[in-house]
Design a protein around this ligand. Sequence first.
Ligand SMILES: [Zn+2]
Ligand SMILES: [Zn+2]
Length: 578
Amino acid sequence: MVSGKRKQANEEAKLEKMRHSAAHVMAEAVLSLFPEAKFGIGPAIENGFYYDFDLPRSLSPDDLPAIENKMAEIIAAGKPFVREEVDKGEARNFFAAQPYKLELLEEIPDDTVSLYRQGSFVDLCRGPHLNSSGEIKVFKLVSIAGAYWRGDEHNPMLQRIYGVAFLTKVSLDEHLKKLEAAARRDHRKLGKELDLFSIHEEAGPGLVHWHPKGAVVRRIIEDFWRGEHIRRGYDIVYTPHIAKLDLWKTSGHWEFYRDYLYGPMNVDGQEYIIKPMNCLGHILIYKTRQRSYRELPLRFAELGTVYRYERSGVLHGLSRVRGFTQDDAHIFCRFDQLEDEVVGVLKLALFMVKSFGFTSYQVFLSTRPEKYAGTIQVWEEATETLKRALARVRLDYDVDPGQGVFYGPKIDIKFEAWQGPTIQVDFNLPQRFNVTYIGEDNKEHLVAMVHRTVLGSMERFLASLIEHYGGLFPVWLAPVQVVVIPIADRHLDYAHKLADELKTEGVRVEVDARSETVNLKIRQAQLDKIPYMLVVGDKEVKSATVSVRLRSGEELPPESLASFKENIRKAIIDRAST
Ligand SMILES: [Zn+2]
Ligand SMILES: [Zn+2]
C-alpha cells in the first residue's frame, strides 16, 4: 500500500514538473510569434497548465495550432532548462520591459532570485523543471480565456491560454473525451437547445429569463419542495424584495457586504436597498409578537429571490448569476431543540438530494474562525450539537477547522458539480435584532437561529441538474412528457383523443401534427429529449392501443391506453429516475 501511494505521489510530482515546463515552452512559443508579448504567470494546474499574456491583439482558437507547432519544435529541439541565481537588482534590469514580472519581483523577500532559461525564454521562477523540453511527452492547447492580472478587475485583462499535458497519448485522449462529454452536457448549451432559459445583454448580464419549458421544470421542483417542507412542519412565507437601508445597517450587511448590494435607491426621501438575503424579513415576521417557548420551533420557509453583485468576469450561465431564488428557511428554536432541528434538516436534505438521483457527496463541519460573534462557550456547545446530529443520521464528515462563517458553525453537504445543502447556526442576528422568546422560567431568552438551504438557489441547482441528467430529465421533471405522433392525417383525431385523455390525468403531452415524415418527428422528439413517443397509425386506431417508443430508441410492445396511463402515472408519482 505504502509503496503504491509513494509511486502515485512520484507520478504526480513528475506530471506537475512536466506541466509547468510545458507552460514555459508555451511562453517561448508565444514570444517567438509576438516579440512584444508581456508575461504574467504560468503555473501547472490539474491536468495541465496555463500562462497569462498581455498581447498586442486578441487571440482566437485559430491561433492555437501555430502556437502548438512552435511548441512541438521547441520540444523536438530538446532545449535544456537552466537555473540561474541572480541578485534582485540584476533581475530588475533583466525584466525592465516586463511590468508584471517586475511586480512579482518586488514581492519576493529574498535578495537573490532564481531564473529558468530555455532557448530564448527566461522566466522568474522557483522551479522545479524538467532537465530538457524534450521530456515533455504529449500536450494540447485547449482554450483561451480572459483573466484579470492577479484576479483583480481593477487590473488589466490578460489573455490566458490553457493547455493539457500527459505522460501518454492514451491518457490525453481519455481526458479530451471527458472534456468533450462535459461540453455536451454543459447547461448553457442544453439550456438553449431545450429552450429552457436565456440571459439577455439588453436586460443585463447574470439575470435569468425562464422560458415556458424551463419554467415547467422549475415549477415542478418548487411544488415538490413546498410539499415536502409543509409535510415537515415548515410555514411558507413571502417577504418583499426591497427594504430600508437602516434595516441592513442594523444587521451588519451594509458594513460587511456593501460591495455585493444593489442600491441604495431613494423612496419618499428614505434609502432602500434590494435584498441580498431573506433572513431579515423572517426575523421581522417572528418579532411581530412576543413568542413563548411553547410555540418553538418556528420554521419559516421562502423561495426568496435575492440580488447580489457579482463581477461580470465570474458570471457563468445559471451557476453564477446576479439574481437568484434561494430555497431558504430560518428555524427559530430553543437551544435544547437545536439537535432535533438539525437532524430534521439533514433528513430533509438527504431525501431531496436522493430524489434527484445525486448519490456521492462529502459532508463538512466548519468550526469557529479567528473572528467570531458570540462566546467560545456557545460555539463549543453548538459545534457539539451539530456533531451529535450528524452522528444520529449516520453521516461521515470531515471537520474544516476555522472555516465556519463568523456568526456560527455550519454543515455543508457538497457534490462534485454542485454546492449542495448548507445548515448554519447564527449567534449574531438574534443578538442584533433581539430575537427572543419567553421561557418556562418567565424570562426572556435569545433564540437559537438556523439558516438553511437544501437546493441552494433554483438557478444553480437547475444548472447542476441539467448537467447531471445531460438534459434527459426523468419523466416527473420533463417539460413535455409525451408526444403523440400520428403517421398520417387520418390518424389525427385518434392522436388528439389520446392527448386529451392524458391531459385530464395531468400529463404534459403534445401532438406533433405537422405533415412531416414519422422518422423526422421521432428524430425531433429525441432531440427534445421527450421521454415517451406514442406513434399511432391504422393498427393502433383499430385496436385502440398505443405503441410506445422511448427516447433511447427502445420500442415497447403495443399496450392499451389505460395501461400506458397507469405506467406513466406511477413513474411520475414515484419520481422514477428514468
Ligand atoms: Zn516556472
Ligand atoms: Zn438566512
